[in-house]
Design a binder for this molecule. Structure first.
Ligand code: MRU
Length: 363
């Protein structure tokens, strides 16, 4: 699968190579992952991030763990638990580890090289399936874009997005950005408002980089700008990804998404969540109450990283020495603020009834 996907691949020694998302857009470098421990580190320290890619890397992490364990299923189980707990909110992580471990248990009597090969192939299969899901989300989402343009008689559509839900986050064209890439292919004129997405700046650093590479017109805005743009008719729709969607349609996404959904609702602007079905957590009935929200290190708020005047990447402190900071990674947008959830099966109304109706076979 060398070079098959854009955000990660296997090298000639069958180790996992990932694009280092911590240093984009200023440097394009890779990190090689050879063990379960290195998998955990890469997910925890956000070398890789974004719900889907975290799941993919975790799946390959189980394959790497199997290489280390040499048939010791007890040890593999422990390493799998470490990977499963490396981040708490994006459910694709748990989904991918559980699927890999189910296969590992089923194949535990195989000779060790065959077990390892089966796990490697399963991780590749998950990534291939994610690619297909992404392509379908692109189609359904672009249909919605076309419809909005038609109804509003637009020449250019202005779409606001938060965080990064492009191919760096979900192979191989993303979720929220997939319909935008597809719209571009269809010859639609799109302009994207990119929320910078403090504290880690996934919008400014990653979404803007992806859109720039694809030649899509975009403007980076400070996180607090969206409401003003919406009031002034400068946003036609909002699309974001999500990290976990409950059975009632409540959706956890990068911190700040909820505020954008509130502003969109107040201004009658349709707000969409785009996800593969692996981002549903059907066990959680009320997302606002029960989706676990990651709290990350306060230094992510206190420091900011960028290019200095000499063209070198530098980290600087932006708060007084003695101030403390609080860093919630995600918030939950209640279903009532979401127009529809765009999935590989089509658009779904965010309600228990509609979700059970459309995804009953997965529950
Ligand atoms: O903390 P991150 O960067 O892993 O955050 C996840 C995200 O990228 C977003 O919440 C995204 O919009 C959904 S993941 C496709």
């Amino acid at each position: 699968m060398n070079g098959k996907y854009k955000a990660f691949w296997l090298d000639e020694d069958e180790n996992l190579v990932v694009l280092d998302q911590r240093v984009l857009p200023f440097e394009e470098t890779t990190v090689t992952i050879q063990t379960a421990k290195e998998t955990v580190d890469a997910i925890e320290n956000m070398t890789v991030r974004g719900a889907g890619v975290i799941g993919n890397v975790a799946a390959f992490g189980i394959y790497l763990a199997a290489r280390e364990c040499e048939g010791d299923m007890g040890k593999l189980q422990l390493l799998a638990e470490d990977i499963r707990e490396s981040r708490p909110t994006a459910v694709n992580l748990m989904w991918a580890v559980d699927r890999m471990m189910k296969l590992a248990h089923k194949k535990k009597n195989l000779k060790i090289p065959n077990l390892i090969k089966a796990l490697k192939n399963e991780a590749i299969l998950i990534a291939d399936e994610d690619c297909e899901r992404s392509e379908k989300i692109a189609e359904y989402g672009a249909d919605i874009i076309e419809e909005i343009m038609l109804v509003k008689k637009l020449d250019t559509i202005n779409i606001l997005t938060h965080c990064n839900a492009g191919w760096l986050a979900i192979v191989d064209s993303g979720t929220a950005l997939a319909p935008i890439y597809e719209a571009q292919k269809r010859g639609i004129k799109v302009h994207v408002w990119v929320d910078e997405t403090r504290p880690r700046n996934q919008g400014a650093n990653l979404t803007a980089w992806e859109l720039g590479k694809a030649g899509i017109e975009h403007t980076v805005i400070a996180d607090n700008t969206g409401g003003h743009l919406m009031q002034n008719h400068m946003v036609d729709m909002v699309i974001t990804g999500a990290d976990r969607v409950a059975r009632n349609g409540d959706s956890a996404n990068k911190i700040g998404t909820y505020l954008k959904a509130l502003a969109a609702h107040d201004n009658d602007i349709p707000f969409y969540i785009a996800i593969p079905t692996s981002t549903f957590d059907f066990e959680i009935l009320n997302g606002v109450d029960d989706i676990p929200i990651e709290i990350r290190h306060e230094n992510e708020v206190k420091f900011i990283r960028g290019l200095n005047k000499e063209g070198k990447v530098e980290e600087v402190q932006v708060v007084p020495m003695d101030s403390s900071a609080l860093n919630y990674g995600f918030d939950v947008t209640p279903a009532r603020l979401i127009r529809a959830i765009i999935t590989e099966r089509g658009d779904c109304e965010p309600s228990v009834e509609a979700i059970e109706d459309m995804f009953g076979d997965l529950i």
